[in-house]
Structures are given as C-alpha cells and as structure tokens.
Ligand binder design. Structure first.
Ligand code: IPD
Ligand code: CA
Ligand code: CA
Length: 268
C-alpha cells in the first residue's frame, strides 16, 4: 500500500477522536431529516488540512465545506461523519469516509468505524483490507443475499420507487438492512457481510471510498446511468458481490429508475 494511503489512514484514525457527542451543537440543513453537528465540521476541517498536505496539488471535496476543485487530478472526497443521525442518537454505527479520486475515478478508499475500531482500506491494484487483513466479497447468490438500502431520506419525493425496489428485492433475497450509514454499508459488501446495495441518491462523499473498497474486494459498484464517477452531483448507486447479482439488481432498479430522476449540481 502506498505511503500516502497509510498516512491517510492514521490521519483518519486521529480524526475519529473528534467524534465526541458531549455538548453537541446540532443544526438542521435544508431538509427536515438532515443534520450537521460541530463534530462534523471539526472532523472535516482537521481532514482537509492534513490530507491536502499528503499529496501536492491535491484538493478536498468535503460534504460540509465543498472546497472548490480546480483542475487537479487528485481529489480527497470526504464525508467527515457518515451517519450523522446515528451519531446524534448514540447508535454506534457511523464513520469517517475518505476516498481518493484520481483522474476522475475512485482510486483508494478509507472508511473508519471508531465504535468498533474497524479501519477499512483499499487502493487500486493492492486489494482491500480490514484492520490489516485482506477482505473479499462473499459468494452468496441472490436468494441468500442481504440488501443494504434506504428510501432517499433527504428527498422523499423519490421514496416510492425505493420502497418498490426494496420490496421486489426483499421477496427474492434473504433479508434487508437499513443501517443509516452508506459508506459503512458499502464496506460491509466489500467485507462479505452483505451482498447487495442500492441507494437512489448518494453524493460523491458517501460513495467514493466504498467504490474503491468493493472493487478491490472483487465486487461491482457503479453509478447508475453514468459511465464515470461524477464529482459534481448526486447519483443512484448499485453495488453487489458478484457480476450475476449486480446484473439482477440492476435489472430490477432500471425498471423503476429508467433514468436519473433529478438534475442537481453540488454548489461549490
Ligand atoms: C447519509 C447516510 C444515510 C444514507 C444517506 C446519506 P449523512 O449520510 O449515509 O445512510 O441513506 O443517503 O446521505 O448525511 O449521515 O452523512
Ligand atoms: Ca453521508
Ligand atoms: Ca455526513
């Protein structure tokens, strides 16, 4: 594994210490169910300063601050606390997600769950690891799969097709999980703890690290209806442990979501 990625893991681990729930200041962001805390902001500020020092000319695209991206090839894509709602409620399933997107494609991913001290890391061509041990996707077929999904929490206009997709997959698979932290759920697919993943509307910071992990763990992860990984907008995401399961999930999702049903841009 590249030295910069190893150093980035240490920086992410240190940032985990800032995930402190005592005296939390909680603000609502635009939408009823969307929150940000002072801890989200502190983690992002810490990571922005440290990560940009690791690779010259690299920049950060972060959820809370959307640092402007010039035409650079290395972009750290940062979700300072993924699963903020779980974090506020003390559920113990939230994490820090840091993807490194190189020339427009997810190249490396670091996802840290401080509650379980689980550090997931992957780098292109080097494999995927959990606390230093190699991980691979499971070989379960569709009927024995667990689906991780959600119902488009921050834009409930799209909740109905999500429920229809979930119902259709649920009837043909083993079970469903709605755990509230997209990046850790993608990491679960990489680690063989779940097999299928669908979300209608993820942002680059939710998905970049998870894509690198799943691909290096032998699975498939794609932005539906996009050939590459957009850094300027939200997109639907499908992922699976095997190409067969991916195609089956994609067929179901595409019937309900034939095109991206929104046209939004991240405001920098
Ligand atoms: C959210 C969580 C949630 C997922 C949403 C994400 P946040 O991120 O990962 O599980 O369903 O799509 O936006 O707001 O907690 O960083
Ligand atoms: Ca997130
Ligand atoms: Ca977040």
């Amino acid at each position: 594994m590249n030295t910069e990625i190893k150093k980035a893991c240490e920086i992410v681990r240190q940032a985990g210490k800032l995930m402190d729930t005592s005296d939390l200041e909680i603000e609502q962001k635009g939408n009823l169910s969307n929150y940000v805390t002072d801890a989200d902001k502190a983690v992002e500020a810490f990571l922005t300063e440290r990560l940009t020092g690791l690779i010259s000319k690299s920049e950060v695209l972060g959820e809370e601050n959307h640092h402007r991206i010039h035409d650079v090839s290395d972009v750290w894509v940062v979700d300072p606390i993924d699963g903020t709602s779980n974090f506020i409620r003390g559920i113990g399933f939230s994490g820090i997600s840091v993807g490194l997107v190189k020339d427009g494609e997810p190249y490396a991913g670091i996802i840290f769950n401080p509650y379980r001290d689980e550090m997931f890391v992957a780098e292109k061509g080097q494999g995927a690891f959990l606390n230093g041990k190699k991980i691979t996707v499971s070989d379960r077929d569709f009927s024995h799969s667990h689906l991780c999904s959600a119902m488009c929490l921050y834009d409930k206009r799209y909740a109905a097709p999500c429920f229809r997709i979930i119902e259709e997959v649920y009837m043909q698979s083993d079970d469903l999980r709605r755990m509230g932290t997209a990046s850790l759920e993608l990491a679960m697919v990489a680690a063989g703890r779940a097999e299928l993943y669908f979300e209608m509307r993820l942002f680059p910071w939710d998905a970049a690290a998870g894509f690198a992990l799943i691909r290096e763990a032998g699975g498939v992860a794609e932005c539906l209806h996009y050939d590459s990984f957009p850094l300027d907008r939200p997109f639907p995401v499908i992922a699976a442990n095997t190409p067969e399961n991916f195609e089956k999930l994609k067929e179901i999702v595409c019937r309900h979501v034939p095109t991206v049903p929104y046209d939004e841009r991240i405001t920098l």
